[in-house]
Design a protein around this ligand. Sequence first.
Ligand SMILES: [Zn+2]
Length: 168
Amino acid sequence: MLCEMCGKQSEFTKTISVEGTTLKVCKECSRFGESSEGKGGGSKKGTAAAPSRTVVAERLQARERRMKTRSIYSEEETTDLIPEYPQAIREARMARDWKQEDLAAKLNERVSVIAKLENGSMRPSDTLLKKLEHELGVKLTEKISVVKSEGGRSQGKVLTLGDMIKKK
Ligand SMILES: [Zn+2]
């Protein structure tokens, strides 16, 4: 069995309660909490002084860290501009029978901005993106999951871009 406090392998585990949490711990750690099985055992030897709360807290923190580092990669979801936004804007605009000038006027932008967006030489700002989606009634963003490596530990494997970004 693994000690739930220090994480060491231990044949002997004891169930104790530490600050309201029940843990199965090894012999060494069992002195950090109250035994939840049987009597309290009031008179202990004076040598084993009761550990301070800090020691207990540190042990618990170390345990938490261990649990976290078990999963090396975490996924984070984010929204990003779709790569084909120039065509999407152009198509949505033409579907409405609007000229670049018409769209520019609706967005209160210059025509050159619309032209740049449609030839892909300019990415819209977040504000402009919202306005574009609203006026054209199209979605120009997509959700992507970015797989992040925690702690920068090399796993002896180089991640390709395909590994890093997974399309939903
Ligand atoms: Zn232990």
